[in-house]
Design a binder for this molecule. Structure first.
Ligand code: NAD
Length: 319
């Protein structure tokens, strides 16, 4: 039988942002005649990271942004080289391909990157703003805060898919929408759940241990999200929260994990950001729109973040 759903590719969505980025780069010619410079730091042998770096380079260069990959055999050299790039005026953006050490030292390294060059939006200040629903870096609201690029990419995908309702005021455009996010890492899942809840959604955040509910309270009374524990993870509780979910987002880093298609309500939207396919082949027998990968939108968001950082630095000079 014919599957009612449709696949939407990340490349279709990133194209819109690519045009916006390209025209901003052109408008920046007077301050960045050769184009802004993004530097990527790679100190692991992960082929996926290297491929992602090549994709970032290709996209950057096609949009008039210079990209330089700095690769290190010895990961202990990374910190001093990041500090050097922090102090180098010719560098506009810095990103690190994780994992480097694969432990808490990676979180330290993440904070070594100057927040004014942190294109991935991983600085503590940006996370704190996100969790507290603070959207500007200054009291005069001239400098927009930066968002972590993968959660931001998923927000932009949901805007494209018309889950965000533009008829509602900014900051309430997800009012009443029920989302399930399967992943609660500090890089993607938890900030994503908070972002969607801050925009008015009811979010069920699922990880291997338990399920939590992120909301802005009844009738969106609160100005930032609150979290409620719903108890231990079980197949039954997952099935239950998915029953009337408008959106199901997966980020399980495992080849064998497959989300049960029968848990998807007819017409729900399914998005996978894991590098593995978390949905089964038959997902479109239930889902209306299905986004199988999100990486290209993430790259667009990190380039967009970089241009915002350049703009913020220029604005700071004139304040
Ligand atoms: P992580 O290992 O830090 O987190 C995995 C999360 O999934 C945890 O919260 C864990 O509890 C949860 N989980 C694992 N198995 C589960 C299960 N069976 N049921 C419910 N929850 C389960 O990983 P991460 O850094 O968040 O990355 C996750 C995936 O996303 C990876 O495949 C990574 O490559 C990918 N990723 C993609 C992008 C992008 O732009 N597309 C960006 C970052 C990460």
């Amino acid at each position: 039988s014919a599957k009612p759903g449709r696949t939407i590719l990340a490349s279709t969505i990133s194209k819109i942002y690519d045009e916006e980025i390209q025209s901003k780069v052109t408008a920046m010619k007077s301050i960045r005649p050769q184009g802004p410079l993004l530097v990527g730091f790679l100190a692991n042998n992960d082929p996926a990271a290297e491929m992602y770096a090549r994709w970032t380079q290709k996209t950057s260069e096609s949009l008039g942004i210079r990209y330089e990959l700095r690769q290190f055999e010895d990961r202990d050299l990374l910190e001093e080289n990041i500090i050097e790039a922090n102090n180098d005026d010719s560098v506009d953006g810095i990103m690190i391909y994780f994992p480097v050490f694969g432990n808490a030292q990676d979180q330290y390294l993440q904070q070594v990157v100057d927040k004014n060059k942190d294109v991935e939006g991983l600085n503590f200040v940006y996370y704190q703003n996100l969790y507290h629903n603070v959207r500007y870096l200054d009291n005069k609201k001239l400098l927009k805060s930066i968002l972590p690029c993968t959660p931001l990419a998923i927000v932009k995908i949901l805007e494209y898919l018309k889950i965000y309702n533009p008829l509602l005021p900014d900051g309430n455009q997800m009012y009443g929408k029920k989302c399930v996010v399967i992943n609660r890492s500090e890089i993607v899942g938890r900030p994503l759940a908070a972002l969607l809840a801050n925009d008015g959604a009811i979010v069920y955040s699922v990880d291997v241990n338990n399920i939590q509910k992120f909301t802005r309270g009844e009738s969106l009374k609160l100005i930032k999200h609150q979290v409620e524990d719903l108890g231990d993870y079980s197949e039954d509780s997952l099935k239950d929260v998915c029953k009337d979910a408008d959106v199901i987002i997966t980020g399980v880093p495992s080849e064998s994990y497959k989300f049960p298609t029968e848990y998807i309500r007819d017409g729900a939207i399914c998005i996978n950001f894991s590098s593995h396919k978390n949905f089964k082949e038959d997902v479109k027998t239930k889902a209306s729109l299905y986004v199988p990968m999100t990486g290209k939108v993430t790259i667009a968001m990190l380039l967009r973040n970089m241009l915002r950082l350049v703009e913020n630095r220029e604005k700071l000079k004139s304040i």
